[in-house]
Ligand binder design. Structure first.
Ligand code: HEC
Length: 303
């Protein structure tokens, strides 16, 4: 008998198991949903920024550049450079929020600031090895920060690019004077020369996700604890104790011949019905015993 748990313990085991599973599934599912949402928001933001930044570059390329390429070679203005315009505008938009960054890492950069980091090199290699691939997105770590990155390949698709990026002899003398004869040359038509790399901060949104998940977990836990206490107390008062009393009373009846006290009358409806049924059983048992005794008495008188 000892290995069979009593009803209270059984129900509490079931409740705790169900609550734990529900808590894990709820919190885990909610976290995944919110994480996904944070990434989506970051991606939306990144796409809008990239689109507006690129619009500036395209404007330079289609409207400004054709007018200025005919200038005497020593006259070089940075404003002619498509990527210069893009970066300048982006910098003033992102302001001091340094986690929003926009760079043009290149394998052989014109501006030393555009030298590629190991992460950029890996992305550019991916674009080089896979000409059909134009874009890469994902999450990367930068120190203690998490960043969402959106990278697009930069390929030389327009011969105008080669005006400045083929050889130092062909490039405007003013540009060579400024950037040196070794930087950003030797590019070929169709070559993947670098990438646009835009990052959007993710640390704060992800922290918000964890905060929300924490609030949900605490709320669920509070509901579970209250439900557990209320259910256990109700079970104890309405079922376990009345049943135990009933069992004790029925036990006392069968062990002694003395007329037993009235059966306890408490608990949920089913237990009351059970009590009443036992009461009736006892009454008919008493009657049967009385009849038996009456039959037995005459023989007892003879002896
Ligand atoms: C008028 C000359 C000129 C033209 C035309 C030009 N570029 Fe550049 N490009 C430059 C200069 C100068 C820089 C460095 C700008 C800076 O200081 O950030 C640069 C920067 C870049 C960069 C950033 C990496 C680096 O080298 O520093 C990429 C990528 C690039 N150019 C690709 C192109 C492509 C593709 C085209 C054609 C659509 C093009 N450029 C047209 C002069 C030019």
């Amino acid at each position: 008998m000892s290995e069979v748990p009593d009803i209270g313990r059984l129900i509490s085991r079931i409740l705790i198991t169900v609550f734990t599973l529900a808590l894990l599934a709820g919190v885990g599912g909610f976290y995944l949903l919110l994480y996904d949402e944070a990434l989506r928001t970051a991606e939306r933001e990144a796409r809008i920024m990239l689109a507006s930044a690129n619009a500036v570059g395209n404007y330079t390329e289609t409207h400004i550049l054709p007018k200025l390429v005919g200038l005497p070679s020593h006259e070089f203005y940075q404003e002619m450079v498509p990527f210069y315009a893009t970066q300048t505008v982006f910098r003033s938009v992102s302001g001091t929020a340094q986690l929003y960054t926009f760079r043009f890492p290149s394998m052989s950069p014109t501006n030393p600031n555009d030298r590629s980091e190991p992460f950029d090199i890996e992305v550019i290699r991916r674009f080089r090895d896979n000409p059909a691939l134009d874009e890469a997105t994902g999450v990367r770590e930068a120190g203690t920060d998490k960043l969402f990155y959106l990278a697009r390949s930069i390929r030389v698709t327009d011969t105008v690019c080669l005006e400045c990026h083929s050889t130092s002899e062909r490039a405007p003398a003013g540009m060579v004077a400024r950037y040196g004869p070794n930087n950003g040359f030797g590019w070929q038509m169709g070559e993947t020369v670098g990438a646009e790399m835009l990052t959007v901060p993710l640390t704060e949104p992800l922290r918000g996700t964890v905060r929300l998940v924490g609030i949900l977990a605490a709320g669920l836990l509070a509901v579970f604890v209250v439900a557990y206490l209320a259910l256990s107390a109700a079970l104890d008062v309405m079922v376990a104790r009345p049943l135990a009393e009933l069992a004790r009373a029925a036990d006392g009846q069968s062990l002694s011949a003395a007329p037993s006290p009235r059966l306890p009358h408490s608990g949920v409806r089913e237990i009351r019905l059970l009590g009443a049924a036992i009461e009736r059983l006892r009454t008919s048992l008493d009657k049967a015993l009385a009849a038996l005794n009456a039959e037995a008495r005459p023989e007892g008188k003879e002896t």
